[in-house]
Ligand binder design. Structure first.
Ligand code: GLC
Length: 740
């Protein structure tokens, strides 16, 4: 008790237990010296001049002057020891010498790139995901970066939306766990450590629910659905101490997220008591005039700062409007102080006032320029992200001594495309990337032949290369096809109305199939694609996403059986675009279809089977796993008890392998309808061939809670189905009663 009183007295005097000034005290003292313009300056972020990650704004020439006069708080897209040092030097010429924060999109790796995030999610491996961000933070911080605009924790159920590639798919539970792993990886042992960078939970909020999957489009949903499906990953991120938030471009029920007091003031800075700061998305403050929410940029600045958007990325509205609004009494200066305090606090926590150049270190940068350890990890992560969708004739794994292998398709010799959409574009990186051709060549026996034919382009009607491809296939014992979507066909502003294979890729596949050769189809993509002809006619299909720097080696490790694939889909794959949105945790409706082909007076399409092409959680292995002896600790529970679920998993095949054991529940009756399934746990286990393990899960009433129509978050007693399985469709079910 005495210790607590002592600490309270200390904090009242702005000192810690060691008599040193607290950061809060230091910020207060600094704020007391700052002019209004200098405070607003901290709320301003500009992009560097090398490249833009948004609609480029003009007058970059004045940026350098504004930095020198203390009117800029942060830069994005400025990186590398030399460039960050030169910008920091300008900032230290300002009156109070307040250092800049350098932010960048370190989304799936930095100098070493890893699978696109949806591919990483397919690994269901929180340890690998956390480690990948730890490596990304180590590399980025060595290049002078203080802050990444990641993780994107937007739940998304519509694969037409190009940014599904940056997220963790359709499920709130999985997306929350992955988001937390990413934040832990980025922030490491805590801000202030030289290899820790600030993370950023984005895009707040519900950006993934854009109507029609069209990027930047409106979002309209009940507050119940918003709280149940889209907000939990953000709430968890706030509770886990994520350093920053970024708001989203979309409006939510008619109010742009950028000035949405419900999510920013009531929830984030109110109920969730969040102490970090919120950066707008690129230009999103100024864009409220286009939304038709503010009549001009003056009103945009006013509404955004009052709602709780602390920093203005590239709309250049805050510096232009806020000093005036304060002087006219239209914005209370306390809102400027609050935003500046949140931002300055992070700068102190990052140690930038002690040494503004501490992250810009030549030796550290050199050590992280082509780190072999990081590449080795990237190779492992890539192979663990791949998803085996079909292997009907066990064509995979391919023997390394196969006499002649043909690699056919537009992606076989791609290099920088393997980086995926969010790579920060290091100059002439191509020689560092392992292409699919190189990876396969590296592992195929030297006296075996590897043939190659491009066959077609990604997205045009040119069939002139078909003949050569068919002739190449005829010479081979095995044909590996590499089709899909270009690395820049998913990502920001890359929504697609048609997610079939583009161009003439499917026609090429059909021509190659006519040769009768065994075919392994690899699909490169940042999202679920529609490939129904291939899915029905090609016996072996592997989803390879875009896997990063070591892509070719990761792919070859799986193709030749050095790694047994264990990935599981983090998003449902639709049969066709007309089936979207289709996701596993849907409500039952009053007329559920009982079979896949039922049509009459049920919730179904008359022209399409009901189930998806591949379900959430689906993925095969070179071996087989048998689930048996599912045992519950009780079938009748009461109150705050714990339900234990045990199941035996046996590896009954010929390969050691990994399996993601998934736990789902169904709350059969509720004061609001409940999903037919909800993922509540998963465990990724390794089993040697012939080995059996018992996998155990626990559930408590906390896992049964949901939001009712009055936004009460609680659980109800009743009957529940408890399900365990290898994917969201193939489960074993036991029913229990749990009385409150
Ligand atoms: C982009 C993206 C956002 C990114 C930011 C900075 O428009 O929406 O995710 O972090 O701008 O590049």
């Amino acid at each position: 008790m005495k210790k607590i009183c002592f600490l309270l007295i200390c904090s009242a005097f702005g000192i810690n237990a060691y008599g040193q000034k607290t950061i809060d005290q230091k910020v207060s003292e600094l704020l007391s010296k700052m002019t209004l313009e200098e405070k607003v300056g901290q709320l301003v972020q500009y992009s560097g001049f090398e490249y833009a990650t948004g609609p480029q704004n003009s007058n970059s020439a004045t940026v350098l002057e504004e930095i020198k006069s203390g009117k800029v708080g942060s830069m994005l897209n400025v990186a590398g020891v030399e460039e960050t040092r030169s910008f920091q030097k300008l900032a230290l010429q300002s009156r109070l010498k307040i250092p800049l924060l350098f932010g960048q999109d370190v989304i799936h790796g930095y100098r070493t790139t890893f699978p696109v995030n949806l591919g990483q999610a397919a690994s269901w491996d929180l340890g690998l995901i956390e480690k990948s961000e730890r490596i990304a933070a180590t590399e980025a911080s060595a290049y002078g970066i203080h802050w990444t605009f990641a993780p994107m924790v937007d739940i998304a159920r519509d694969p037409r939306w190009g940014r599904v590639m940056e997220g963790s798919g359709e499920d709130t539970y999985l997306g929350t766990q992955i988001g937390l792993a990413r934040i832990k990886g980025f922030q490491g042992k805590g801000l202030g450590n030289i290899d820790a960078i600030m993370a950023c939970a984005k895009h707040f909020a519900a950006y993934g629910a854009a109507v029609g999957g069209r990027d930047y489009n409106s979002v309209d949903m009940s507050l119940r659905q918003l709280n149940e499906t889209y907000l939990p990953p953000f709430k968890a991120a706030a509770e886990a101490g994520v350093a920053t938030f970024m708001n989203s471009f979309n409006d939510i029920n008619g109010v742009p997220a950028t000035a949405n007091t419900y999510i920013l003031r009531d929830l984030l800075k109110g109920k969730w008591n969040y102490k970090g700061f919120v950066v707008s998305d690129w230009g999103s403050i100024g864009e409220m005039t286009y939304h038709g929410y503010t009549k001009d940029k003056t009103e945009a600045a006013q509404k955004a700062i009052l709602a709780g958007s602390d920093m203005d990325m590239e709309s250049r509205v805050y510096m232009a409007e806020l000093p005036k609004l304060v002087k006219e009494g239209k914005v209370d200066p306390k809102f400027i102080d609050e935003a500046a305090r949140r931002i300055l606090t992070k700068k102190f926590e990052m140690g930038l006032f002690d040494d503004p150049y501490r992250f810009s270190d030549d030796k550290r940068q050199k050590d992280q320029t082509n780190n072999q350890e990081n590449r080795k990890f990237g190779r492992e992560f890539g192979s663990k992200s791949m998803v085996l969708l079909k292997n009907q004739k066990n064509i995979l794994p391919i023997s390394k001594s196969t006499k002649t292998v043909a690699l056919i398709g537009p992606f076989g010799k791609e290099t920088v495309a393997n980086h995926g959409f969010w790579a920060v574009g290091f100059k002439d990186d191509s020689q560092r990337i392992v292409s699919q051709f190189d990876g396969i060549r590296n592992q195929l026996d030297q006296n075996s032949a590897l043939l190659y034919a491009k066959g077609c382009n990604v997205d045009d009607q040119d069939r002139s290369m078909f003949a050569e491809a068919v002739e190449t296939a005829k010479k081979a014992d095995v044909v590996i096809m590499t089709l899909g979507e270009g690395h820049a066909m998913s990502g920001e502003a890359k929504s697609r109305s048609n997610i079939h294979f583009s161009g003439v890729q499917e026609d090429l596949l059909k021509e190659i199939a006519k040769t009768g050769k065994p075919i392994v189809l690899m699909i490169n993509a940042g999202r679920p694609l529609v490939f129904d002809w291939a899915a029905d006619n090609i016996p072996t299909i592997m989803y390879t996403w875009w896997l990063g720097t070591e892509a070719g080696n990761s792919i070859a490790d799986v193709l030749f059986g050095k790694v047994n694939p264990g990935g599981k889909l983090p998003m449902t794959f639709p049969r066709t675009e007309g089936q979207i949105p289709v996701y596993y945790n849907h409500y039952n409706t009053g007329r559920p279809a009982k079979t896949n082909t039922e049509r009459n007076y049920v919730s179904a399409y008359i022209d399409l089977d009901n189930d998806p092409k591949f379900p959430f959680g689906y993925g095969l292995s070179y071996t087989q796993f048998k689930y048996s002896d599912m045992i519950l600790s009780s079938a009748d529970l009461k109150g705050n008890q714990t339900l234990n679920i045990k199941v035996n998993i046996s590896n009954t095949g010929n390969y050691d392998g990994e399996e993601v054991v998934q736990l789902y529940i169904r709350d059969l009756f509720g004061k609001v309808v409940r999903p037919v399934k909800e993922l509540k746990g998963f465990q990724k286990i390794f089993l040697k061939k012939g080995e059996t393990k018992i996998v155990s899960f626990n559930l408590t009433p906390e896992n049964l809670k949901f939001y009712d129509d009055a936004l009460n978050y609680d659980w109800e007693g009743g009957e529940f189905d408890i399900m365990v399985g290898t994917n969201s469709q193939d489960v074993q079910t036991k029913r229990i009663s749990w009385i409150k």
